[in-house]
Design a protein around this ligand. Structure first.
Ligand SMILES: Cc1cc2nc3c(=O)[nH]c(=O)nc-3n(C[C@H](O)[C@H](O)[C@H](O)COP(=O)(O)OP(=O)(O)OC[C@H]3O[C@@H](n4cnc5c(N)ncnc54)[C@H](O)[C@@H]3O)c2cc1C
Length: 421
């Protein structure tokens, strides 16, 4: 089949790779000049367990009031927050309390496991390593902190993920760089947990797909998608010109909703912005060895080769106006503070090589992506992976390839279908 993919983030690159493996004639249209320039650029890089990534699912985040207000607030309404943002928040709150929430967690846990295996397989096939590190440690400041995560832990165990409860001394043996100052009641350790460099992996997938014949067309912004016949209109083409395909897969991250809207499909996708700070390792003995999650601050610390990356923050709405500079200084301070609190002396935070990034999680209100048919002939969707797009990309891509070929996918995708909206 002749298949067009819109978007060359981690999800689009993985989809191109899987469809090229199946022998399709694949063309990827990307508005930027390279792969992984938007949400996939400098995310935290946690691959597994995906369900423990902060903001992975609304039912794990506690009440909306606690998220939004008070000293422990974790979600920020940035300048320009409008009525649609507030309506979306209401949907998020409803999804957290929905009777479907356990089924969604179970589906996400299975997708995470499936995707991890597919990512490892792709890395092995390409003979490359994207700065991966093994082991994930979720730090508990108090014994009570685990209670909020209990539904996720149950879903992970049912999906076959080994998560061990360890005491503070054992946690410090696993991560010898952990500073003594912050309180640590214990930790949850996933020995098979993994993190890596999402952007690097997306670029590797791009080259692997190209080797199998896929074409990547950069600086090509898709203006409109057509169904029956399936087509794309690309900015810069002659007026009225369309390009025809047998199928189109939308992997455009947060922009997917705008592409679907003229076709009559409403996808409640929002950008939940966050930040990452990457800094060179200062001292190996004091730096993290694997991935660390601080559920209290919703912050993740990972190794990216010779760099340490701390990521967190959640903002709805638009910042970037004069009244609201693009980077929210208190959020960045919290990230610096959390990293130097847990790993004092581990990273060179005053180095000129420190990279600060702000990116958008393409988020649907139930935290799960849409993978599969759009309901319009020839138009497929692989988008809305929220806080876990890197962790779910390779699995989601294989599922789309199987569905397109009318094969039974490796995991049950009912909870991830477009029709739930
Ligand atoms: C702070 C932070 C931390 C995160 N941590 C993690 C983590 O630890 N683990 C994890 O798994 N995930 C994490 N994520 C989430 C992850 O980054 C995203 O889910 C993932 O990158 C989404 O990938 P994507 O390919 O769908 O979107 P994108 O990477 O945004 O790709 C979409 C692409 O489509 C292109 N595009 C859009 N519209 C058009 C158009 N009209 N025409 C042509 N091209 C178009 C864009 O230019 C873009 O390149 C984090 C995100 C943030 C912000």
């Amino acid at each position: 089949m002749q298949i067009a993919i819109v978007g060359a983030g981690i999800v689009g690159a993985a989809t191109a790779h899987e469809l090229a493996i199946d022998g399709h004639d694949v063309t990827v249209f990307e508005q930027r000049s390279a792969a992984a320039e938007e949400a996939s650029f400098a995310n935290a890089g946690l691959l597994s367990p995906a369900l423990l990534i902060p903001w992975a699912a609304p039912s794990l985040e506690g009440g909306l009031r606690r998220q939004l207000w008070g000293a422990q607030a974790t979600l920020r309404l940035a300048g320009g927050t409008g009525r649609t943002d507030l309506a979306w928040l209401w949907q998020w709150r409803r999804a957290a309390r929905s009777p479907n929430a356990p089924a969604t967690l179970a589906a996400l846990a299975r997708l995470g496991q499936y995707s991890l295996a597919r990512t490892r397989q792709a890395a092995a096939d390409m003979g490359m390593d994207a700065e991966t590190s093994r082991g994930t440690l979720l730090l508990l400041r108090t014994a009570q902190e685990q209670a909020r995560l209990e539904p996720a832990l149950q879903a992970l165990r049912e999906a076959g993920v080994v998560v061990n409860a360890v005491d503070a001394d054992t946690a410090r043996l696993i991560e010898p760089g952990l500073g003594p100052e912050l309180p640590l009641a214990g930790a949850l350790h996933t020995p098979e947990g993994e993190s890596g460099n999402c952007r690097l992996f997306a670029q590797m997938l791009r080259y692997a797909a190209q080797e199998r014949g896929a074409r990547f067309v950069f600086q090509a912004r898709v203006q409109a998608v057509g169904s029956a016949p399936t087509s794309l209109r690309i900015a810069g083409d002659a007026a009225g010109a369309v390009r025809r395909f047998d199928a189109v897969v939308l992997c455009a991250g947060t922009a997917t909703a705008a592409l679907l809207r003229p076709l009559g499909a409403a996808l409640p996708l929002k950008a939940l912005h966050g930040y990452s700070i990457s800094a060179p390792v200062r001292d190996e003995c004091h730096a993290p060895q694997g991935a660390i999650i601080d559920p209290h601050h919703r912050v993740t610390i990972t190794r990216q080769g010779q760099r340490v990356r701390v990521a967190g923050g959640a903002e709805l709405g638009q910042s970037g106006s004069a009244a609201e500079p693009e980077h929210h200084a208190p959020t960045l301070q919290k990230l610096y503070h959390t990293l130097s609190g847990w790993f004092p002396g581990g990273a060179q935070l005053s180095s000129a090589q420190v990279q600060v990034w702000r990116g958008a999680r393409p988020m649907l209100p139930d935290g799960a992506p849409v993978i599969g048919a759009s309901g319009m002939p020839g138009v497929w969707v692989n988008a809305g992976h929220g806080a876990a797009g890197w962790a779910q990309a390779c699995g989601s891509a294989r599922i789309v390839a199987d569905l397109l070929a009318q094969r039974e996918p490796g995991v049950d995708v009912q909870a991830l279908a477009m029709r739930r909206f």
